[in-house]
Structures are given as C-alpha cells and as structure tokens.
Write a protein that binds this ligand. Sequence first.
Ligand SMILES: C[S@@+](CC[C@H](N)C(=O)[O-])C[C@H]1O[C@@H](n2cnc3c(N)ncnc32)[C@H](O)[C@@H]1O
Length: 243
Amino acid sequence: MNTFKQRKIREHYDTIADVYDHHYDKPRGRCYHSHISTYIMSVLPNEGVLLDIGCGTGLFVERYHKNGGNAVGLDISTKMIEVARTRCKSCDFTIGTGEKIPFGSNSFDGVSSLLVFSYVKSPEAMLSEAYRVLKPGGSIAICTLGKKLLTKGIPALYQISERINVNHVVMKDFGEHYYNKKEMEGLFTNAGFSDTVIKWCSFAHIDMIDPLFFLAKKIEPFVEERIPQLAYNICVSGKKPHR
Ligand SMILES: C[S@@+](CC[C@H](N)C(=O)[O-])C[C@H]1O[C@@H](n2cnc3c(N)ncnc32)[C@H](O)[C@@H]1O
C-alpha cells in the first residue's frame, strides 16, 4: 500500500528527521514521551524480542534496550531510521510499513507502537500483520491520540497550520484518525487478540505551554483515573492467544 497520504507522511518525516528529537529533548517533551513509554513497557514482556512499529528516531527502542530488552524498530521513513541507527547502534532497524511487516510469522514476543496508529491508513491491516508476526502468547501494546473532547479540534488545527506554513514537527494534515474505546476494542477483537485492556493516558500534552503543562502534570494521575474523557492518548494492549 503506497497511497498519496502514506507518501506524504514518509516525505514529511524524512524532512524533519534531524529535528524530531528536539521536540522530545526539552523537559516537557521528555516528560510526555516517558509517561507514555513507561506505561507501554509495563504491559509488555521484558524478555524475548520486541518489534516497535513506527519507531521513528528509536526513542522507545533505545529505552526498551536500556531496560535489558531486545528490540527491532520498523518505520516508513528512511531518514528517521538513519537517526535511530545512530541513537542505538546495537539495535536493529528496518524500513517498511506496519501494514506489510517485512518479517516472518511468529517472530516476536512483543509488538509496540507509540504515536503512530492514527496515521495508519488500514488499521485492520496493521493489526492483522502484528498478530501474524507475534508468537502465540505474545503481547501487543499501542498508544495513539484518542477521540476525545480535547482532541476533536486537532485535525482542523493541523489543516490550518499546514495552510499557513507553521514550522512544527507534527502539525500537518495527514488525514489522521483518532480512536475511541469501542473502535479500538472492535479492531483488537477482530484481529484475534484476547485480554484487551484500554487505559487512557496523558493529560499533560507536549503542545501545552510550560506552566499549563506542569500544572496538568500534577493532576494527571487523578484525571487518568477519574476523568479519563480529558486524557489525550488511548493505550490498548492485548495478547495473541495460545492455540
Ligand atoms: C509521531 S512519530 C512517532 C515516532 C516514535 N514512535 C516515537 O514515539 O517517537 C510517527 C512515526 O510513525 C512513522 N509511520 C507513519 N505511518 C507509518 C506506517 N504506516 N508504517 C510504519 N511507520 C509509520 C513515521 O514515519 C514516524 O516516524
């Protein structure tokens, strides 16, 4: 599958690969990404081999590796993969798409994907491929922007940003789709996964201004637990059953 939108995503990430990490080098970005990756790590096995779909510059692959795991990163952007290879020299990175994973069946103990799923044109194809490459008993965990009160205006904001040429690493119109709990549960079940768990994650969003971000961070645990409709990301985990 090589649609116009997929090409646009690839070309965009090729262009911003050198500056992508600046976004996550600052305290706000580090804090936001680390919050998501800490949750994703907590629901994945730390033994065996993990495939990270849409690995970007390898932020999660590196963290997983430092934690004693063994991970392989996959991404459609050649330039993002080049940065990832520099970041984590002892990890493997491959160019390819989540909808057609260039690995054999039953190869991985875990599959992760952080901040990618909303770009994917065929979520069914990506989940079916993730299921195929996972070993029976293996786990999957995905985190992506959820369809929520606070994310409703984002596609319009990104369209405007693109028209007026805002220089921001993700503010482009890629026709992203944000998911709600019911859609994610349906997609995971139809792909064959069991033990699906949904967790709403992050109230402090990277694009907030500093004082607001750190205030939001303070009340984040309360929001995630008690007012999940205000959290930005939906994290979904599941298992490939033993047959
Ligand atoms: C917002 S970045 C997230 C990168 C990384 N997961 C992180 O947490 O920093 C989105 C990444 O997904 C990649 N991507 C988008 N669509 C993809 C697809 N269909 N298959 C593989 N990678 C994809 C992009 O090239 C980009 O590197």
